[in-house]
Design a protein around this ligand. Structure first.
Ligand SMILES: [Ca+2]
Ligand SMILES: [Ca+2]
Ligand SMILES: [Ca+2]
Length: 426
């Protein structure tokens, strides 16, 4: 009986594992693919990658396979629900024994701010350190379920597209997206396939991730985000089911980097080894072209992703920083993936207190929460040292971790990210 159920689940998953109306194509000549009979419309993504919209992806593939031109094409694969980093709402807060540097009424609840000796990331200590530095505003893109941009502790730190007039139904800055004020929503597209400009969070995952990175500090409400001078750009790409598609991920990465995001947080992933070349090449492209660092969750399957790959965490891109999760006791979170090659460092991810939609706050656990802790720290370091390349920033963060015997074989850096150490090293 159990076996049958397992097979049935597998069968239903395989039937919906890609979008039957889109195909990713890498081609030197767009003219060639525009002539294909089974395409309805071709959209450029980046470099020589395109997405073809089609009534029948199978027919389009057979048309392409007879063209002997070295074309690469791959299906628009889904992540699959079961691969979404788990979110656990826990009611009890971990006890805090130190008072935060920040005056926000709920700031004491964010345990990652504690010193390394207390298993945190030395964030309070870094702010008390008064390091002389620049203070450049850093745009951080949150590729997730959207952001509650009206939240009391997020509204003042939202990125706003300077050339776009809100709600006039016109693409004022002529970037291809209508009313894209704080980002785009790749899950809601018009009949031409163009994403909507409203990426309001309808889940809570993306808003929680966002607060960890950059909730307004010392504004009299809520918590303090880790980074002091960020603007948060929202890309609604992950459906509430967690079943995101490669085309949407690529389009979000390109939008974010083109519009100035120097850090992209990816608290999502898939655990299948199919397709994904376009996503990998998009990460490489935005690193080289725009100097963007991509910070990604290692995933929550409690497994070694050096041997069982997960995407995007297992990609080898030099501008990709992959994050495992730790608890307030200094242990690896039980759910966290690991891998001495694929996982770069650990960050607090269990029982993380942050913003949730509707001016609310709550605890969640997952590598989904560890990734924005690291992204917030990366943003703070970059804000003070804005000339760092993504590779240099990654190296600084990895070299200055608090090493732990427990992470000796599970992380490339063998430790937990530390803001004080990072700033102190520069
Ligand atoms: Ca626009
Ligand atoms: Ca407009
Ligand atoms: Ca606040």
């Amino acid at each position: 009986m159990k076996l049958l159920l397992g097979w049935m689940l597998l069968f239903s998953v395989s039937a919906t594992e890609y979008n039957p109306n889109r195909l990713l194509i890498k081609a030197d000549s767009p003219e060639l693919i525009k002539q294909l009979k089974n395409q309805k419309r071709i959209q450029h993504l980046f470099s020589n990658w395109y997405v073809a919209y089609t009534e029948d992806v199978i027919k389009l593939e057979s048309e392409l396979s007879v063209l002997k031109t070295g074309l690469i094409f791959e299906r628009d694969y889904r992540a699959q629900k079961k691969a979404l980093p788990k979110v656990e709402i826990s009611k009890t807060l971990p006890s805090t024994n130190n008072k935060s540097f920040f005056t926000d009424p709920k700031a004491d609840n964010v345990w990652s701010f504690r010193d390394a000796s207390d298993h945190g990331s030395s964030i309070d200590k870094a702010y008390q350190g008064n390091f002389a530095s620049a203070n450049e505003q850093i745009i951080v893109a949150v590729v997730d379920t959207g952001i509650d941009y009206n939240h009391e502790d997020l509204k003042d730190v939202m990125w706003s597209n300077p050339g776009e007039i809100p709600n006039n139904n016109i693409d004022d800055d002529n970037n291809g997206y209508v009313d894209d004020v704080h980002g785009i929503n790749t899950l809601k597209r018009d009949d031409q396939g163009i994403p909507s400009g409203d990426m309001m969070d309808t889940h809570s995952h993306g808003s929680h991730v966002s607060g960890t990175i950059g909730a307004a500090q010392n504004n009299g409400v809520g918590i303090a985000g880790i980074a002091s001078n960020v603007r948060l750009m929202g890309l609604r790409t992950v459906p509430n089911s967690g079943d995101e598609l490669d085309v949407d991920v690529v389009e979000s990465f390109i939008y974010a980097a083109k519009n100035g995001a120097r850090i992209i947080n990816c608290s999502f992933g898939k655990d299948r080894n199919e397709g994904g070349q376009a996503v990998k090449e998009a990460i490489d492209f935005i690193g080289k072209t725009y100097g963007t660092l991509v910070v990604a969750a290692a995933g929550n399957s409690s497994r070694d992703i050096d041997t069982r790959l997960t995407y995007p965490a297992s990609y080898t891109s030099t501008n990709l920083l992959v994050i495992g999760s730790t608890t307030s006791n200094g242990r690896m979170s039980y759910f966290s993936n690991y891998g001495s090659k694929s996982v770069d460092l650990a960050a607090p991810g269990s029982n993380i207190y942050s913003t949730t939609p509707g001016n609310s706050y709550g605890n969640m656990s997952g590598t989904s929460m560890a990734s924005p802790t690291a992204a917030g720290i990366a943003a703070e370091v970059l804000s003070r040292h804005p000339l760092l390349t993504p590779e240099e920033l990654k190296e600084v963060l990895m070299k200055t971790v608090t090493k732990s015997r427990r992470m000796r074989r599970s992380m490339a850096s063998q430790g937990r990210i530390d803001l004080f150490n990072a700033l102190n090293s520069l």
